[in-house]
Design a protein around this ligand. Structure first.
Ligand SMILES: Cc1cc2nc3c(=O)[nH]c(=O)nc-3n(C[C@H](O)[C@H](O)[C@H](O)COP(=O)(O)O)c2cc1C
Length: 407
């Protein structure tokens, strides 16, 4: 299955590529279902899974279900405002694409396709430090024109590693730097352990191909990725090496954040905040924004749902800087709920990875389009004229443990 030159051998059956029409993606849940059919099991589990018992991942989505809307009738709202101003850029909708490692193995369009999709839909994508491609490659994938691109930093090697990297990112035209502070060690992803893909500094698509039975069961993916590998070899570029998060994690202190803010000539966004005091520390260290995030439940299992701690964070730093949120956002209604509770915008991770797996860049565009139409519909039904008009008066939050509505 694995050739010495790095190419993946695909049999005749595998050449029958499965092409999925992006319009088949009708929701995040449907994208997830389709992605499970497209991706080898280990890769799907890497995306879909979380830490330990996956309690925090479940909690994230449940927290959104505990929020109910307080709609206003007969308001004649028809074209609600979705645009937001964020760190010097106007976004056409308040949904950004979160940094995700391994995107390069999901589909040949990879992180470049994700960045193009975000731009086409008027939003921002954040390139993960371990996406498997360099910041320059994704910058080049965007070509000329707008660069609604942020870069997410991990630096297990400390300052000696991040200093030159940050300078490269700046030279490549990235608009903001995102520092992820919730990964001093890698979370215990048991699905990955079972599938034999955790604990290594780097795994490659070649390595993934060793999981022969799984790959053989997904011939469309194997054919696509095999062609991408061969093409990248012909072009003399690096094959899509897939960086997993460094096994030892990437510890940052508030002093590091302050040093980064000093060096980076633009906004620094701190991702992974789960309390008011930490939001204050980020602000004091020079952050321009924070992301309330528990990494989609992939780090500390038992961490609170992000929506539950959002009001505390907003109360601490409201007015001083924008507070973003991710983890568990699955519908436009969730975006409205987070914004009603004070988020300036949200990010999504798994939703767009599922869509990328299904239909590449077109799938991601479709997915962002669904968030847009969902959000419009939600605001119209709410009788709310725009995301800028949302506030706590539009929702009621039931306490944790009070019972949730299940699908
Ligand atoms: C497959 C995968 C890889 C991820 N890799 C990174 C990463 O490299 N850096 C990072 O800061 N966050 C990473 N995250 C976390 C996301 O940025 C984001 O916080 C999370 O996915 C949000 O939750 P959601 O998937 O429920 O939307 C990753 C998430 C997933 C699903």
């Amino acid at each position: 299955m694995d050739l010495p030159n790095g190419a993946v051998r695909v049999d005749a059956r595998a050449r029958r590529e499965v092409r999925v029409d992006p319009s088949r993606i009708t929701s995040v849940a449907e994208a997830r279902r389709l992605a499970a059919r497209v991706l080898p099991r280990a890769l799907f589990d890497y995306i879909d899974g979380a830490a330990d018992d996956e309690l925090t991942m479940v909690r994230n989505e449940e927290a959104f279900r505990r929020v109910s809307f307080r709609p206003r009738m007969a308001t004649a709202t028809s074209e609600p405002r979705l645009g937001v101003e964020l760190l010097g850029r106007t976004l056409s909708l308040p949904v950004l694409l979160a940094p995700c490692g391994l995107a390069v193995a999901v589909h040949p369009d990879g992180p470049g396709g994700v960045a193009r999709a975000a731009r086409a839909r008027g939003t921002v994508s954040v390139l993960s430090a371990v996406a498997g491609v360099s910041p320059e490659q994704v910058g080049a994938a965007l070509g000329g024109g707008e660069r609604p691109l942020w870069y997410q930093l991990y630096a297990p090697g400390g300052r000696a590693e991040w200093e030159p990297l940050v300078d490269r990112v700046a030279a490549a035209g990235y608009e903001a730097l995102m520092v992820t502070v919730d990964t001093p060690a890698l979370g215990n992803r048991e699905r990955d352990r079972r599938n034999g893909i955790s604990g290594s500094m780097h795994a490659s698509v070649r390595g993934a191909a060793l999981l022969a039975a799984q790959v053989a069961a997904r011939p469309g993916w194997a054919a696509r990725m095999g062609r991408a590998l061969v093409a990248s070899r012909r072009q003399g570029t690096d094959g899509p090496t897939v960086g997993l998060v460094a096994a030892g994690g990437s510890p940052f202190t508030w002093d590091d954040v302050a040093a980064l803010a000093e060096r980076w000539d633009g906004p620094v966004v701190v991702k992974g905040i789960l309390s008011g005091p930490d939001a204050r520390r980020a602000l004091d260290a020079g952050a321009a924004a924070v992301v309330v995030s528990n990494h989609g439940g992939r780090q500390l299992d038992g961490a609170p749902a992000t929506l539950d701690v959002l009001p505390e964070v907003v109360a601490e730093v409201a007015g001083a800087m924008p507070v973003l949120l991710d983890s568990g956002v699955r519908r436009g209604g969730d975006v409205a709920k987070a914004m009603a509770l004070g988020a300036a915008a949200v990010l999504v991770g798994r939703p767009y990875l599922y869509a990328l797996a299904v239909a590449g860049q077109a799938g991601v565009e479709r997915l962002v389009g669904l968030f847009r139409s969902d959000l419009v519909r939600t605001l119209v039904l709410l009788g709310c004229p725009g995301v800028d008009a949302l506030g706590p008066e539009w929702v009621t939050v039931a306490p944790e443990g009070s019972g949730t509505v299940r699908r």
